[in-house]
Design a protein around this ligand. Structure first.
Ligand SMILES: C[S@@+](CC[C@H](N)C(=O)[O-])C[C@H]1O[C@@H](n2cnc3c(N)ncnc32)[C@H](O)[C@@H]1O
Length: 215
């Protein structure tokens, strides 16, 4: 009982925090993909690799306002978006009425085992406490088909341990990229490509994108 209270705690906080800032967040990020060339190109590569698997089904987990779900759709994937914030899901549905968005936690996706060719997690695992990431990654492994792709983008740091910081919306963690790759490998994924670049923001962390494949 205590354990479940602990597990849902940060998610309730994250949900409430994003529900509060939907319109501001969407105005800052949803139409600005041209200002994020590294993300755009990694997502393009991810979509191409997913198409090559022959399984076009993909989930954008922690989709926020849905703009990257729409990008995956434009890139030829059968994409849907999940987010734990009802207000974000509402916004995404209104912005992209032809696409499917559902309220769901990345920890418990309403998706059958092995159904997806790809999962995109663009800065949506950043709020998950480090101790809970293995379970979160195990859920992505559950929904991926063999050979399926996971693209995770997050804040990278040089130090040996993840660092908790005061993200503008709600607390978040930056990760040593090698440590994150080890977690992916521990979950049964094969991390095979990474892109690190200087930050677009003033926070000073690297922006990190890691592509992994389910063996
Ligand atoms: C920084 S925003 C990123 C949104 C979008 N992926 C983007 O790149 O613009 C983080 C999003 O992840 C969602 N999120 C965080 N933790 C989540 C979880 N455990 N399950 C589902 N959604 C989550 C938040 O509600 C928020 O919409």
């Amino acid at each position: 009982m205590l354990a479940s209270v602990f597990v849902t705690g940060h998610q309730d906080e994250t949900r409430a925090a994003y529900d509060e800032v939907v319109e501001l967040y969407a105005s800052m990020f949803a139409d600005r993909l041209e200002a994020q060339p590294f993300s755009r190109n990694m997502i393009g590569t991810f979509a191409e690799l997913v198409r090559n698997t022959g399984n076009l089904r993909a989930a954008d987990v922690g989709c926020g306002p849905g703009h990257l779900t729409a990008m995956l759709h434009e890139l030829g994937l059968d994409a849907c978006g999940f987010d734990l914030s009802p207000a974000m899901v509402d916004h995404a549905r209104r912005a992209h009425p032809a696409l499917r968005f559902d309220e769901a936690r990345t920890e418990a996706l309403p998706v059958k085992d092995g159904a997806l060719g790809g999962v995109l997690a663009h800065y949506s695992m950043i709020h998950t406490p480090p101790g809970e990431l293995p379970a979160l990654l195990a859920e992505q492994v559950r929904v991926l088909a063999p050979g399926g792709l996971l693209l995770v983008s997050f804040f990278g740091t040089d130090g040996p341990e993840p660092v908790r910081f005061d993200h503008k919306v709600t607390p978040a963690y930056s990760w040593p990229v090698d440590r994150f790759a080890e977690l992916l490998a521990g979950a049964g994924l094969v991390p095979f490509a990474r892109l690190l670049h200087d930050p677009a923001s003033e926070r000073g962390f690297l922006d990190a994108h890691v592509l992994a494949r389910l063996a």
